[in-house]
Design a binder for this molecule. Sequence first.
Ligand code: 6PG
Length: 474
Amino acid sequence: MDLADIGVTGLATMGRNLARNLARHGYAVAVHNRSHGRTQQLVKEFGGEGTFVPSEDLAGFVASLKRPRRVIIMVKAGAGTDAVIDQLAELMEPGDMIVDGGNAHFQDTRRREAALREKGLHFVGTGISGGEEGALHGPSIMPGGSKESWEALGPILQDIAAQVDGVPCSVHVGPDGAGHFVKMVHNGIEYSDMQLIAESYDLLRQALGASPAELAEVFREWNRGELDSYLIEITAEVLDQVDAETGKPFVDVVVDQAEQKGTGRWTVQSALDLGVPVTGIAEATFARALSGHPEQRAAAASLAGPKLSGVGGRELIEDVRQALYASKIVAYAQGFDQMAAASKEYGWDLDLGAMATIWRGGCIIRAKFLDRIREAYDANPQLPTLLADPTFAAALEAAQESWRRVVTTAVQTGVPTPGFSSALAYYDALRRDRLPAALVQGLRDFFGAHTYQRVDKEGAFHTDWSGDRTESPA
Ligand code: 6PG
């Protein structure tokens, strides 16, 4: 029997489509699923697309692979992943590779990588973005792990990934948990992108009284300019959708409580640990949390708010477009800061320009805009913040008056725009010469003798607040 080039275990939609993608690219793919019916189904339905080598149990699956063995696990992230890894590790030999393609937490990936390294096995935690369609037609693939594993896996991953201008949307991200970390930040940015889109829609609908179908046209128009992206494109599709049963716009029959599987929350948790203000992602995550409290919303529904009528003219549309673009720049700048901070903290040596490159296609946040980010890091790999890149600085300058008008209109009309508002506050805070953090330091010293530094000399100081208020070196 011919041995397979690579194996996929876990054949739910993502795993099945990834296996098909590999087979369509000419790789012989070993396939396995806990319930064998799914494996049989795959071979029956799609066997004609390439070479599949089905196995009923893991031992047979591992035995059907060429050495060094390459196995991709596509199971739901969590305890189940550890169980599959343990079983595979028992059956594999030093030099073999286990790839986890689920949305695992990067700390779990670091732990698993270290444990398997002890056994001589390579563990590759990899982000895969693009949903079902991406898995089949070309996702963005973000693998971590050792250099050796990338040598053996990279050509295959680059082959099946999305391609933009002939460049594959996959690179070796960095060691251990780097791939899953980058995927986590991708998802955090995805939350932020969607929140900003939702705020744009909400404000325009409330202030202009525009219908979802009219707004679909607005998003379609925006998608022809600098906002050109997958999420803007599908926003037009969703807004245009009419519910067959009631004849109402689809968005009006969907319960307005946004769910999450957790990657947005993880991004914010990690950002808190790293001390990176990812306010855009945090606001998006909290906006979902707020939406999910119907009892509080019902209790607050009768609270006073401003009258909404006749607040905006058609010029608000262009203002909102500018606010969306500016806020998006802020959200991405923050996400890239978080990757830079993690790179330092965990010793990953992340190439931020390369991350922008592999997000240009295949993934959920794919956008023209990522070309600008790549160019910014090409021009200056040490860029302290994307906001300082000349292209983005100019875009922010061009947008800021509109951005301020949008936030003002939102406040006046009582339409919540936490994404726009916090992004503008971040922009204004970052560009400030002096921040009121100096007062915070004074207060900390007052009640807790926490000390402060001075602008004019070295060292730490304390003022004797309860005594004669003289200052002394701490
Ligand atoms: C992707 C998506 C994918 C998934 C999100 C959804 O890149 O293909 O990000 O990973 O759809 O995790 O996340 P929530 O359920 O948390 O919104």
